[in-house]
Design a protein around this ligand. Structure first.
Ligand code: PEP
Ligand code: MN
Length: 264
């Protein structure tokens, strides 16, 4: 079902408010790593609306490496995200980690994110496969492209055709980036599949100083959209403090990406 050979046309996912993913226009998804408070979330939402962004991300169920790190605000976080997004006319995307949370989360999220660590969680994939709601599937930390597409197939095989893929970097020996952005994944996924392909420049690089060239490279390689983390005061962020852009940096980032002519 994911394969290009059976489906020549690019899939275009139509979100509320006529926002589309795939096809002719590029998508910018931005927002904080974690939803931390109403003020933090509303501050980002206001800035995104001003910048012309339509889809806001914000994690509420955070799959942290250490159980002692901030785990997210859970359902409260999703409610905060929804309220801020609605106030500023934005759509929401947030990660769901447990099938038991799905029903309630549907009131709050326009796009369900499946995180890298859950790309192999087949029961979760099957559960979101039952939904009539777009799903953003992240590539696993060490997943091959074949495994990635099989994970998408799990979702589609249950009837949900609204699947978007996102490259978020893979584990390699390189230490100067958090992960290695596999830019070749973009043209390969576009060739092998008809699904929209995005690139998360924040988690793939883990460093702010190379986000602009990486976003341009992703778009030049054929990506349908970019994801980037934005926080009003990254230094105080409860997760990913080192790599989130502040609002001014985000505005520069988005302006430069648009000025490249690669963002359609
Ligand atoms: C995220 O986008 O919030 C996230 C945790 O990313 P990943 O699953 O790619 O590590
Ligand atoms: Mn993050």
């Amino acid at each position: 079902l994911v394969a290009r050979k059976n489906h020549k046309q690019d899939t275009v996912i139509i979100l509320p408010g006529d926002v589309t993913v795939g096809g002719l226009s590029s998508l910018m998804v931005a927002g904080p790593c974690s939803v931390e408070s109403e003020l933090q979330t509303r501050t980002v939402a206001a800035a995104l609306q001003k910048a012309g962004v339509r889809v806001m991300r914000g994690g509420a169920f955070k799959p942290r490496t250490s159980p002692y790190d901030f785990q997210g605000l859970g359902m409260d976080g999703l409610r905060i995200l929804r309220e801020a997004a609605t106030e500023y006319g934005l759509l929401t995307i947030s990660e769901i980690v447990d099938p038991r949370h799905i029903d309630q989360a549907l009131d709050y999220v326009d796009i369900v994110q499946i995180g890298a660590r859950n790309m192999h969680n087949f029961e979760l994939l099957k559960a979101v496969g039952e939904l009539n709601k777009p799903v953003l599937l992240k590539r696993g930390l060490s997943a091959t492209l074949e495994e990635f597409l099989h994970a998408a197939e799990y979702i589609m095989s249950r009837g949900n055709t609204q699947v978007m893929l996102i490259e978020r970097g893979i584990r390699t020996y390189e230490k100067w980036t958090r992960n290695t952005l596999d830019i070749s994944a973009v043209p390969i996924l576009k060739q092998e599949s008809h699904l929209p392909v995005l690139v998360d420049v924040t988690h793939s690089t883990g460093r702010k100083d190379i986000l602009i060239p990486c976003a341009k490279a992703a778009l030049a390689a054929g990506a349908d959209g970019i994801m980037v983390e934005v926080h009003p005061d990254p230094a105080t962020a409860l997760s990913d403090a080192a790599q989130q852009l502040n609002i001014e940096e985000f505005n520069t980032f988005f302006d430069e990406v648009k000025a490249s002519g690669l963002f359609r």
